[in-house]
Design a protein around this ligand. Structure first.
Ligand code: MLT
Length: 264
């Protein structure tokens, strides 16, 4: 069920399906909750699945000049309150959703039972990458989301995915093209100043699943394996025939890895 819910004056659109222990799915940049369709369908059989559109994206309002990963994390805590979610959640974030996860576990530790980070990074942007994001923020406001789709799409998928799942690629492209340029610019600005969380990783005590597409060109397997190695209670799952969008490209393999982790 898609719901609209007011959180501190901002209208959020959120998929809220199923009953049971809560799992929160947090999308990547510049997407919306629809990237998690296969996970929503699978896990709503056994869990309460909550998959919001982040501030400014999809059907959620509240775009700002810049949105920090801390702000996104606090929005999610407010959303869980507004949805009357009791007890801690399994927090599953992809890429930017993972950057938000690192902030969420620090700012709202009592709200997290287990952590799943997919195709994400612990490192901050290099100065060059951060400067490029600020440039892109200005460009997208002038030229629209096509420029983002043009730059990002080639990096998101495994080489075989254009044949194996063309509909997934088309739907991601469409979501990017539908995204609000103000939200894209705001998230770029927020990501450009996100902190390096490498020193956080050894302090985490949460059961954690680190999941990565074997062809991920944005957060490559070796970097994600290093994240798993640094977290004391982490498992690493490498997803064959998948790139950065592993949960969409190989939903069965990703869902099986998540199921094994939840059962463990
Ligand atoms: C994402 O998928 O969320 C982006 O690749 C994150 C980023 O731009 O660093």
């Amino acid at each position: 069920m898609l719901r609209e819910i007011n959180v501190n004056g901002v209208r959020f659109r959120v998929a809220d399906e199923g009953h049971g222990p809560p799992i929160l799915f947090v999308h990547g940049f510049p997407l919306d909750h629809t990237m998690w369709r296969a996970q929503i369908d699978e896990f709503s059989k056994t869990h309460r699945v909550i998959a919001p559109d982040l501030r400014g994206f999809g059907g959620t309002d509240g775009a700002l000049y810049s949105v920090s990963m801390e702000q996104f994390a606090d929005d999610l805590a407010g959303l869980l309150d507004a949805l009357a979610v009791e007890g801690p959640v399994v927090f599953c974030g992809l890429s930017m959703g993972g950057y938000i996860a690192w902030q969420f576990v620090q700012r709202h530790p009592a709200r997290v039972a287990k952590l799943i980070v997919c195709d994400t990074r612990a490192a901050a942007d290099s100065p060059e990458a951060a400067a490029n994001r600020l440039k892109m923020a200005d460009i997208v406001l002038k030229e629209g989301p096509e420029v983002v789709a043009w730059g990002m799409m080639p990096k998101l998928f495994a080489p075989g995915s254009s044949e194996h799942c063309p509909a997934v690629i088309a739907s991601v492209r469409q979501t990017v093209l539908n995204s609000n340029p103000i939200a894209i610019a705001a998230a770029h600005r927020g990501m450009s100043v996100r902190p390096d969380v490498s020193s956080l990783l050894p302090t985490l005590r949460l059961p954690t699943l680190v999941l990565c597409g074997v062809y991920d060109a944005i957060s490559p397997p070796a970097e994600m394996q290093a994240i798993a190695d640094a977290i004391p209670n982490a498992q690493f799952a490498l997803i064959p025939n998948a790139g950065h969008m592993a949960p969409m490209e190989q939903p069965d393999a990703v869902n099986a890895a998540i199921r094994r982790f939840l059962a463990g």
